[in-house]
Ligand binder design. Sequence first.
Ligand SMILES: Nc1ncnc2c1ncn2[C@@H]1O[C@H](COP(=O)(O)OP(=O)(O)O)[C@@H](O)[C@H]1O
Ligand SMILES: [Mg+2]
Length: 380
Amino acid sequence: MAATKEQVLASLAAVKSPEGVALTETGKLSDVVVSDGKVFFSITVDAAVVQRWEPVRKAAEAAVRAVPGVISAMVALTGERAAGAARAVAPPAPAPAGGHGHSHAPRGERPVQGPPGVAAIVAVASGKGGVGKSTTAINLALGLRDLGLKVGVLDADIYGPSVPKLLAIRGRPETLGGTRLKPMQGYGLTVMSIGFLVAEDTPMIWRGPMVMSALTQMLREVEWGTLDVMIVDMPPGTGDAQLTMAQQVPLAGAVIVSTPQDLALIDARRGVEMFKRVNVPVLGIIENMSYFICPKCGERSDIFSHGGAHHEAERLGVPFLGEVPLHMAIRETSDSGRPVVATDPDGPHAKIYREIAERVRDQLKLSGAGRAAPKIVIEA
Ligand SMILES: Nc1ncnc2c1ncn2[C@@H]1O[C@H](COP(=O)(O)OP(=O)(O)O)[C@@H](O)[C@H]1O
Ligand SMILES: [Mg+2]
């Protein structure tokens, strides 16, 4: 029998705040998500009292784990600079997937520290969904791996976590010492995804604080080990959730994926602007589904008027990283969990992704200056 939300809330009512108030009455609990025995929520408090709340977080986790039918509990403690209560009671409306953001920046939360052993965190983002962001992120990660780098992949696409499928990784991460999670491994990549923790077909409404607590946990409570680069598959779009992430995760840079169509390019432009606004260096734009090569006759056609992203990159003054064709082999390998760079390393597509990976690596070296990002120590 799977645990119900009511059971979980009842267990939390028995947990007391430092002031002795039932946790469920403090107004500091986010929405509690219960899915297939997996429980997920955050406690948001004033940053000044975070330390005092850590025992409460632990007690909440223990209480929830003790509920029959609960397989795992992920409880994040989030510190807010301003009074956290109001925020936790009335979380901001969820940003629609692929929606367009407002220009205000989320306030009040402290930047999340990156994992200590990770030299550079790179976001792979797109202005909208379905442009091949995840496929590009995975093959880029594998391209970087082929350059001799130790690479991690963080699937932060909470609206559609697809990395487990793209890498054909099944199962659940092991816990280490009760609270820390061991990342999964696939094709030589160290991988963590919200998809390992929440059932694939569970529709979830993510609110601002939950997005950040999920991400915080995947960054801070996973044993990433030592990595040269971590590729983050971002949620599509440029809404509040994306902006919060761009702002609070110590990104060394961002890569924007776009298709060549005008409409996708408008969204890509928003993506570039979003990262610029929060002082994350844009490492460049990749044009995906750039042109079509007929698998039968080998003839090339520019279905979506190829070259748009290259032109746009020039206009925006950001590097152009390369063109990936629209090809059946990329779709088939991607959708069956056998990414083309890993399964056909000598083929033409792997070569394209490796060249893009080289440019990303080179860009990372150049754009290390800027904001307080982790120091980049990638060996050529
Ligand atoms: N270059 C490409 N050629 C052919 N199919 C592609 C290519 N890039 C992505 N796809 C396919 O397009 C679909 C969407 O790609 P995906 O990477 O999941 O996009 P996103 O993460 O942006 O939603 C998938 O079926 C994927 O296999
Ligand atoms: Mg995706």
